[in-house]
Design a protein around this ligand. Structure first.
Ligand SMILES: Cc1cc2nc3c(=O)[nH]c(=O)nc-3n(C[C@H](O)[C@H](O)[C@H](O)COP(=O)(O)O)c2cc1C
Length: 363
């Protein structure tokens, strides 16, 4: 199959990418005290040297006490932290790459460390059960919105090419979207996805005001939650439109549509996946992701399951048909910085299996 669709340049606002491969954001926990090290910069640089079109960094915490739940995950605030990120940007640019930070707030998702008072819509870490902490106050919500906007402005100032908001996988923004974790009856909750999407929309408006009209803003979304793989925010295309269109109106330019297996259709009666529907409904460019080039999906990988390299013809087919615009690749690029080079040069016999051991090193 021709690789042309994958190696077409992509342009949107100020972003110019040489091809359609996006390194998916992957938490690595190699930043002691929240400061990315030189090894972290070298890790991203190796991917840039090997033709990754856009690198989205691991999730990095906005300026709230408990935006992270692991002290080895990088922060995106503070002098030392931002100076270290500047080094990452400069290394990636020196190698000809493009890079976005993934701005993250974990909300009530439990992790290795407790770094402050937990922020969450209703004090729930999953659907059902009793709250384990107080819901966020209006003042805390306002401060969190501001923290995302400040981080986006800092990203632009440091030279990042674009910015991604982590609105997926059951973390803070998604905890507001999801009825299971947002049971508020004030202006930040309600029975419809439009009402529960207000928090994300306000963040996007503040981010847009902070970065200006020409700087691309990506938001990552998922139907599934790490707390519940079968959870869904939109059961129909109409509901999906009610979820996504207000986000596009508020300033989201590109939707990064997270699935665990990209080829799974989103709704009955059509083969379109999540990224396909997001593009069809909003007209915005989209990124698909989930088990590209690998036989098994990533949650199983945490449990120790390896994955063998597989053909990428099917994901290229969707690009050719214009269903989505870019392709996110996670574990294949974590395992092998040369993945894109090997694909481009047809060196399929050199593609590597994904092994859990790769999670323990930062090559
Ligand atoms: C080690 C690891 C860490 C991850 N951390 C993040 C993260 O910080 N933010 C995020 O949105 N997704 C995260 N993910 C999900 C990936 O971005 C991606 O969606 C997922 O791995 C599926 O792509 P793949 O099958 O190509 O690996 C992580 C995945 C892995 C394997």
């Amino acid at each position: 199959m021709s690789l042309d669709a994958l190696f077409q340049p992509f342009e949107f606002k100020s972003l110019k990418l040489p091809n359609r491969v996006v390194m998916a954001p992957m938490t690595r926990s190699f930043s002691p005290g929240g400061v990315p090290t030189d090894e972290v910069a070298a890790y991203y640089r190796r991917r840039a040297e090997n033709q990754v079109g856009l690198i989205v960094t691991e999730g990095t915490g906005v300026a709230r006490p408990a935006s992270l739940n692991d002290a080895n995950v990088p922060r995106f605030h503070g002098e030392k932290e931002l100076a270290a990120w500047k080094k990452v940007v400069d290394e990636v640019h020196a190698a000809g790459g493009k890079i976005a930070p993934q701005l993250w707030h974990v909300g009530a998702a439990k992790g290795k460390d407790v770094l402050g008072k937990v922020d969450s819509p209703s004090g729930l870490s999953k659907a059902g059960g009793n709250p384990f902490t107080e819901p966020m106050t209006d003042a805390e919500i306002a401060d969190t919105i501001q923290a995302f906007a400040t981080a986006a402005a800092d990203a632009k100032r440091l030279g990042f090419d674009t910015v991604e908001l982590h609105g997926a996988h059951g973390y803070l923004i998604d905890q507001f979207f999801w009825q299971g974790t947002n049971v508020r009856s004030d202006a930040w909750g309600g029975p419809t996805i439009g009402e529960r999407g207000r928090f994300a929309a306000e963040i996007l408006k503040a981010v847009r005001a902070a970065v200006g009209p020409d700087y691309p803003v990506i938001i990552r979304l998922s139907q599934w939650k790490q707390q519940e793989y079968t959870a869904r925010l939109a059961e129909t295309p109409k509901e999906m439109e009610a979820w996504l269109q207000p986000l596009a109106d508020a300033g989201a330019d590109i939707f990064h549509c997270s699935q665990r297996r990209f080829w799974e259709p989103e709704f009955e009666g059509s083969d379109l996946n999540f990224a396909g529907w997001a593009k069809k409904l909003t007209g915005a460019p989209t990124i698909t992701v989930g088990s590209v080039g690998l036989s098994g999906e990533f949650i199983a990988a945490f449990g120790g399951e390896g994955s063998q390299p597989t053909s990428i013809d099917n994901v290229i087919g969707g690009l050719e048909r214009g269903e989505y615009d870019m392709v996110g690749v996670g574990r294949a690029l974590l395992q092998d910085p040369e993945w894109v080079t090997k694909i481009r040069e047809g060196r399929s016999d050199e593609l590597k299996a994904f092994e859990r051991a790769a999670l323990g090193t930062l090559y």
